[in-house]
Design a protein around this ligand. Structure first.
Ligand code: UDP
Ligand code: MG
Length: 139
């Protein structure tokens, strides 16, 4: 089922580098509506649970360390074809492979510290949104 919603996090490097405003500007001018948003910080348990699919990967411990080191901005975004269009807007996981003008091309430092998260399916968008937001925080 296509829900027209996706979930994003502006990761700790984006917050540290003062890029919240610039990234949100890029997201909203690209046609995404913000349905929910908060500044929050993941605990170690939160990050391990959120990224459980990667638990056996060699980068898992570094990923948990990175994602918990400071605040993030979590948001639910709405647009026709949201999941796919947002993945296009953020670009490849590795910013050196991310297309010109994509968020990771513009704001990411490395394949590990890559500025933003974007859900990879409608189902994961729903699961990840519910991980961060209660019903009354979603609009
Ligand atoms: N990651 C990493 N090294 C890698 C691949 C991924 O540190 O070789 C980190 C990176 O922060 C990435 C996250 O793990 O965004 C999740 O990886 P995934 O393959 O799901 O990439 P994404 O969906 O974020 O593009
Ligand atoms: Mg992913």
């Amino acid at each position: 089922m296509v829900t027209n919603k996706t979930f994003t996090m502006l990761k700790p490097d984006s917050v540290e580098n003062g890029n919240i405003g610039a990234i949100l500007e890029k997201i909203t001018t690209s046609g995404f509506r913000i349905d929910a948003m908060k500044l929050t910080q993941l605990t170690t348990a939160d990050a391990k649970a959120f990224y459980v699919v990667h638990k056996d990967r060699p980068f898992f411990d570094d990923l948990v360390e990175y994602m918990t080191r400071g605040p993030i901005v979590a948001a639910i975004l709405e647009k026709e074809n949201a999941v796919q269009d947002f993945r296009t807007l953020i670009g490849a996981t590795n910013p050196s492979e991310a297309a010109e003008g994509t968020i990771r091309n513009m704001f990411a430092e490395s394949i590990s510290q890559n500025a933003v998260h974007g859900s990879d399916s409608d189902n994961n968008a729903a699961v990840e949104s519910a991980f961060h937001f209660s019903e009354r925080e979603m609009f």
